[in-house]
Design a binder for this molecule. Structure first.
Ligand SMILES: Cc1cc2nc3c(=O)[nH]c(=O)nc-3n(C[C@H](O)[C@H](O)[C@H](O)COP(=O)(O)OP(=O)(O)OC[C@H]3O[C@@H](n4cnc5c(N)ncnc54)[C@H](O)[C@@H]3O)c2cc1C
Length: 393
């Protein structure tokens, strides 16, 4: 039987940062992932906020940055463009396009350098609660093993099972799981290959289509839809878009990525005795954009710090892990309410309303956008916005 203070299940961004932080604070840490190669296959459009990385002290490394971005292009159903410049407006998940397969590996390498032990091709299958922690049954390189841990950090992504196995109520209802499909494509004739492009309206019911540039003619072209808003699959919506969009109709795929994105907001059940849940597994995904890398990293840091302190205190009770909930509510969750309201508004708009708003904003020189100034402007453009926004705020 392998024994450790802290077992981190999942070496995505949240798990690697949790492992690194806990190891730096002196805990004995084991990080496991079921994959043969950490980071691969990716399930991500790879957009990340520059500021977010900076705040966590993660220095940009050319080995894992595919592209540095200038801004965001919002595209209305009638193809009207609105350009936002990230140097003047802070926009979540818009700063760099990562090479996730390299980034995730580097984050795990940093955890190893901090002192964490890593086991790849190790799939956690079940949990058994014992007096002072858990015994995890796992499959390592095809062989059954057992790992005894005082604390588990569940960093096992959007289809997380570890939290639930430990008795926590942390799952995303199907109606709030964005269904995503993406092709990495070559030969994309982008309107602007320094901006990410987001296409709204009936092209992607309940979500949006994205083109995220990774090179001059290389891009992640993907879609997220809510199953409750369409009878068609996300794949069929994306194929229709690619065939008809002038930027993608001659492009060719080199990779396909399929996955769920939990856009329901933070789960309240994020801790229990001997367990903390981080990243997508706990719903740390911006409900408006579907972006979760920055908050996965940040939640991992807080979990690592709190878990290491609990090891030092020799107290792994839920009560002693509460600081994690406080930190994540304060630093991450507080913004989700307004993002949820903005999303509800966006989803309430018809194609015609989106076209009207885009037409009014298309020549705008945005120097600063505050929620208040944006709402004022929206109401001026579309008096109907007053009715819809009134219900939300
Ligand atoms: C198509 C798509 C596009 C996206 N685009 C963006 C974007 O552009 N920007 C952004 O910020 N976010 C994006 N996201 C969301 C982003 O990918 C996630 O928020 C982020 O990866 C969450 O990190 P994580 O560490 O919580 O989980 P993950 O990155 O999912 O990592 C979980 C890890 O746990 C491992 N694991 C799972 N179960 C077990 C087990 N039982 N035993 C051992 N290991 C296990 C998995 O192998 C995996 O490595 C996108 C998501 C999708 C689906």
């Amino acid at each position: 039987m392998i024994e450790t203070d802290i077992l981190v299940v999942g070496a995505g961004p949240s798990g690697s940062l949790a492992a690194k932080e806990a190891a730096l604070k002196g805990a004995n840490v084991l990080l496991i992932d079921r994959k043969s190669e950490i980071g691969s296959p990716k399930r991500c459009a790879e957009g990340v906020s520059k500021e977010g990385l900076k705040e966590l002290g993660i220095k940009p490394d050319p080995r894992w940055i595919a592209r540095e971005l200038d801004g965001v292009r919002l595209v209305a159903p009638d193809n009207t463009n609105v350009f936002l410049d990230t140097s003047t407006i802070p926009i979540p998940e818009a700063g760099y396009i990562l090479e996730r397969k390299v980034f995730d590996k580097h984050m795990a390498m940093d955890a190893a350098r901090a002192g964490a032990e890593i086991m790849i091709k190790t799939n956690a299958k079940s949990l058994k609660r014992i007096d002072d922690g858990f015994i995890v049954e796992a499959d390592h390189m095809g062989e059954p093993i057992e790992i005894k841990a005082k604390i588990i950090i569940a960093a096992d992504g959007p289809e997380s099972r570890i939290g639930r196995m430990a008795g926590l109520k942390c799952n995303t209802p199907a109606e709030h799981m964005e269904s995503c499909v993406q092709f990495e494509m070559a030969g994309v004739d982008m309107v602007n290959n320094q901006d990410i492009s987001l296409f709204f309206g009936s092209v992607a019911p309940g979500g949006y289509v994205w083109i995220f540039p990774k090179g001059d003619d290389i891009a992640n072209v993907g879609i997220g839809v809510l199953k409750s808003k369409t009878d068609k699959s996300a794949y069929d919506h994306l194929v229709d878009f690619i065939k008809t969009c002038p930027e993608t109709k001659n492009a060719q795929p080199v990779e396909i990525n399929v996955g769920g994105d939990p856009v329901d907001g933070l789960m309240s059940d994020r801790i229990g005795d001997n367990i903390l849940v981080v990243g997508d597994a706990a719903g740390f995904v911006n409900p408006l954009t579907g972006g979760g890398i920055n908050s996965a990293l940040e939640s991992g840091v807080y979990a690592g710090i709190v878990a290491a302190q609990a090891i030092e205190d020799e107290n792994y009770s839920k009560r002693n892990l509460k600081e994690y909930v406080k930190l994540t509510d304060e630093h991450i969750g507080k913004n989700y309410k307004k993002y949820n309201a903005a999303k509800a508004y966006l989803l309430s708009l018809s194609d015609e309303e989106l076209n009207e708003i885009a037409a009014a904003f298309k020549d705008e020189e945005f120097s600063e956008v505050t929620p208040r100034s944006l709402i004022k402007r929206l109401i001026k453009v579309s008096p109907k916005a007053l009715l819809k926004l009134g219900k939300l705020f």
